[in-house]
Each structure stands twice: as structure tokens, then as C-alpha cells.
Design a protein around this ligand. Structure first.
Ligand code: ZN
Length: 219
């Protein structure tokens, strides 16, 4: 804990003064452009990998970067999605999975989670990804986990679209959805191409999106 408090003291001494103007601007107002939904994993830092400053990203983090389907008893994730889309009017939502994800590894390897009943219950929101992934052949256990991470991003994008605020923003053509997978070792990101259903390198395909703002297909 000492490291954390020492870090705060260094922040007050060095980082905060360097951004004093920014924090003054942000004191009573935020206008983030994007909602970033990622795993709680300590190795994926949304602001670091996207080089964003305070005020730029509205962030939801949880085990497995999961977005429960909208339902009669919406929870914290649903409330945060709604606030980002309906109140802050973000123009983009990124769901970002990552390599070596503990949650996805547990699902892909059918790990016994009896000693973690809350995790077991939470990961049911990835059931559609699990059954699709289980039905496919994978050459190795590692590839099964990698595929599970990708299928989960696809499943959570589908869940996201059950939220009324998201449906409306997509209908009005003011929201773009993105499905990413971050590789911890290389720092690379693969992005879901909604046109082909495949993941491609974001570095070489920087304009890839899971669902473009222009709803041409609905015409
Ligand atoms: Zn994870």
C-alpha cells in the first residue's frame, strides 16, 4: 500500500501541476468521446494503450469485460452504459478483451468455480460465446482460450445492442461500436471487422469497426 500512497504524493507533486489547466477545465464538466469497456485485469490500462488523458474516456471495467443483456432489473453496468450513451452522448463504444484473460480461461477450460459463486454467476453472461466456442474444434488449449476471448467480445457487443439507449443511438446513426482484443505481451490490438466477422490488426486497419455509425444495412 505504501507504493500506492507514495504514488499519490508524487502525483500531487508532479503530475497534477503539469495538468492543472486540464483539471480546472474538467472540474465541473466532462465530455468524454468514448465509452471503453474492459476487463478488470491489472495488465490492461485503457488510458495507457489509447494514450488518453483524464476526461477522454468513460470506463467500465469488470471480470471478463462483460455487458449483461438489458433486462427488468438493470444493474451497474447497464446504468453506466445508459449514462454514457444517453447523457454524455459518447460517439463510440469499445469492448476490449485481452490475452491471458483469467475469466475467459476459466470458461474455456471448464474450470470448477464452486468456490467463487459470484464469478460463476457473472460469467453466465458469456454463455452464448461459450457454447459457440465449445462447438468448434481448437488445435490446442491455448487456441481455445484465444478464440473464447474473441467470441466473448462478439457476444458482449450483441448484449450491448439489447440496451435501449444503444439501440436508439445506433438507429439515429450517432454511435459506432468496436470490438477489440489487446495482446499483453506485444501491445498489439486486433479489431473486429463487422463486415467480415473477422478480427484484423488495428495497426494496419485503423478504421475497422464492429458496427459503423451509418446504418446502411437498415435501409
Ligand atoms: Zn480478463
Amino acid at each position: 500500500m505504501k507504493d500506492i500512497i507514495d504514488g499519490f504524493l508524487r502525483f500531487q507533486r508532479e503530475a497534477f501541476p503539469a495538468r492543472a489547466g486540464l483539471f480546472r477545465e474538467l472540474a465541473n464538466h466532462q465530455a468524454p468521446r468514448a465509452l471503453f469497456i474492459s476487463c478488470s485485469d491489472s495488465r490492461l490500462v485503457p488510458e495507457l494503450v489509447t494514450q488518453r488523458e483524464p476526461g477522454d474516456l468513460f470506463v467500465i471495467r469488470n471480470a471478463g469485460n462483460i455487458v449483461p443483456c438489458y433486462g427488468p432489473e438493470p444493474g451497474g453496468v447497464s446504468a453506466s452504459v445508459e449514462y454514457a450513451v444517453a447523457a454524455l452522448k459518447v460517439s463510440d463504444i469499445v469492448i476490449c478483451g485481452h490475452s491471458d484473460c483469467g475469466a475467459m480461461t476459466a470458461i474455456a477450460s471448464c474450470a470448477c468455480l464452486d468456490h467463487m459463486p459470484a464469478v460463476r454467476h457473472w460469467l453466465r453472461y458469456a454463455d452464448s460465446a461459450r457454447v459457440v466456442n465449445e462447438a468448434r474444434h481448437h488445435p490446442s488449449a491455448a487456441e481455445r482460450v484465444q478464440a473464447m476471448v474473441r467470441e466473448n467480445v462478439i457476444a458482449q457487443l450483441a448484449n450491448l445492442k439489447t440496451h435501449p439507449s444503444v439501440r436508439l443511438a445506433l438507429e439515429e446513426g450517432r454511435l459506432t461500436l468496436h470490438g477489440w482484443v489487446y495482446d499483453i505481451e506485444s501491445g498489439a490490438i486486433d479489431a473486429l471487422d463487422g463486415m467480415t466477422g473477422r478480427f484484423v490488426s488495428l495497426a494496419t486497419h485503423p478504421y475497422t469497426s464492429a458496427k459503423p455509425a451509418a446504418h446502411a444495412s437498415a435501409a
